[in-house]
Design a protein around this ligand. Structure first.
Ligand code: 5AD
Ligand code: SF4
Length: 445
């Protein structure tokens, strides 16, 4: 399509929180260019689909979404495919979906305005470079956002090469953003109203860098520095790899009050044989040992994880070991997936791919156990007093939703409070997925 004047944009992010962060940065970039956010894709002149390549289903969703962007009158908006599908499939996207005008990878989206110029002239625009100059150096600075919870990408990429995973190919090698950039971005976010920051990275706990005094620091050092920003009340991080769980970071959980008692630490499988085939380079026991040390220092820490069932060669016995590690570790929430062969990954070429019906049955059993643990965890909090940071409106009149330190959603009714307030509540009811609370006290936020 050609369009002389692009006024409104709509960004739809799929997949992980890093995509949500990238979506926010793209949105700030487009606002900086004089555009404004449309309410939905129908009203937009430019639609950006910020895509995920992690499983086949996620990719199929992108193509069906592209199809749906065609309007009743036969026209369609300018369409940009960003994110990991763009990186992995590149030109192939324009072949499969000719209505796509722009294909831009996760390391190149700062060039979106130039690519839009190319697309305006009727040409297809493609940029899947991983340039030496970081997008972070050229994107407009943060701080205009007024949301109480913010994401901050501190690290990107992955060098771990788990045999099922596309991330090392789509997001590239592990890179840590520099210390001062991160401290500045965090301060700008807090000045703009953020009270909770979640540090993001594919391997967030592999972050390392030099501080302003030239000392080497790990993620725990960065967390301790952010702890000093007085208007920042809560710090979280995700996703962590068990092998990068340093003693310093474990210790921070016992010492830094603003560091929330929650850890997302994927194990993927409980079978050492499968973990080896996955190239996870940790064992089920070393994983449990990390949890023991964390719980010694922070007994109430809530555990989240990721699981894959039906990895090639997974036997009934291997799967039983996954159920066993779930019982041993005890999760407050978790994500579990059927193995999905990804093009170009070693596991996709392995023998003994598992039948879909076997995967379905295993996933159901695993999720039943995880749901049981999540419900039990939620029920334990009934009667307890804790604080929540109100982050969004609920469906009912005067209803607001906030998160506990353990990342559970709590619904409250209070016409006097507003988004951004930090309040003390008593948990009165627990459901499988959320809690209900009663306000006790408003805290300084
Ligand atoms: N198939 C199924 N699940 C996958 N994940 C990553 N790659 C695959 C795949 N090929 C899951 C892992 C990871 C999460 C983000 O997605 O559990 O931790
Ligand atoms: Fe993928 Fe493994 Fe890297 Fe996580 S650690 S992004 S699962 S390769």
């Amino acid at each position: 399509m050609t369009q002389a004047d692009l006024k409104k944009f709509h960004i739809k992010s799929f997949g992980c929180q890093m995509n949500v962060y990238d979506g926010e940065r793209m949105s700030e970039l487009l606002v900086d260019q004089g555009m404004s956010a449309a309410k939905n894709s129908e009203e937009a002149d430019l639609v950006v689909l910020n895509t995920c390549h992690i499983r086949e289903k996620a990719v199929d969703k992108v193509y069906s979404d592209i199809g749906r962007l065609r309007r009743k009158d036969g026209t369609s908006p300018m369409i940009a495919v960003a994110g990991c599908v763009a990186q992995a499939e590149g030109k192939e996207i324009s072949r499969r979906a000719p209505s796509v005008d722009i294909v831009v990878g996760p390391q190149a989206y700062h060039r979106l305005p130039e690519l839009m110029e190319v697309a305006k002239s009727g040409k297809k625009a493609l940029d899947t470079d991983m340039p030496a100059i970081s997008k972070f150096d050229v994107l407009p600075s943060r701080g205009k956002q007024a949301r109480p919870t913010a994401f901050l990408t501190v690290q990107e990429g992955c060098d771990k090469f788990c045999t099922y995973c596309v991330v090392p190919y789509t997001r590239g090698a592990e890179i840590s953003r520099p210390w001062t950039d991160l401290i500045d971005e965090a301060k700008a976010l807090v000045d703009g109203g953020a009270r909770e920051i979640t540090l993001l990275g594919q391997n967030v706990n592999a972050w390392s860098g030099e501080d302003d005094k030239g000392q080497n620091q790990g993620l725990d050092g960065l967390i301790r520095a952010l702890d000093k920003i007085s208007d920042l009340k809560r710090i979280r991080y995700m996703t962590s790899h068990p092998n990068d769980m340093t003693e310093g970071l474990i210790a921070a959980h016992g010492e830094v009050a603003k560091l929330m008692p929650f850890i997302h630490l994927p194990v993927q499988s409980g079978s050492d044989r499968i973990l080896k085939a996955m190239n996870r380079s940790h064992s089920s026991q070393s994983y449990l040992d990390i949890l023991d040390r964390m719980r010694e220092l922070r007994p109430d820490i809530a555990l989240s994880g990721d699981f894959i069932v039906g990895f090639p060669g997974e036997s009934d016995q291997d799967f039983e070991e996954t159920l066993q590690i779930v019982r041993d570790a005890n999760y407050s929430q978790a994500f579990s997936f059927k193995y999905s062969p990804r093009p170009g990954t070693p596991a996709a070429a392995m023998n003994e791919q598992i039948e879909p019906e076997v995967m379905d049955e295993r996933l159901q059993r695993l999720q039943a156990l995880l749901n049981e643990q999540q419900y039990a965890f939620n029920q334990q909090t009934v009667g307890r007093r804790t604080n929540i940071l109100l982050e969004r409106q609920g469906k009912l009149d005067g209803q607001l939703i906030g998160k506990t330190p353990w990342l559970q959603s709590v619904h409250i009714i209070s016409p006097d409070l507003k988004i951004g307030d930090l309040v003390e509540v008593e948990i009165t009811q627990a459901g499988p997925n959320s809690l209900t609370g009663q306000i006790k006290e408003r805290l300084a936020a």
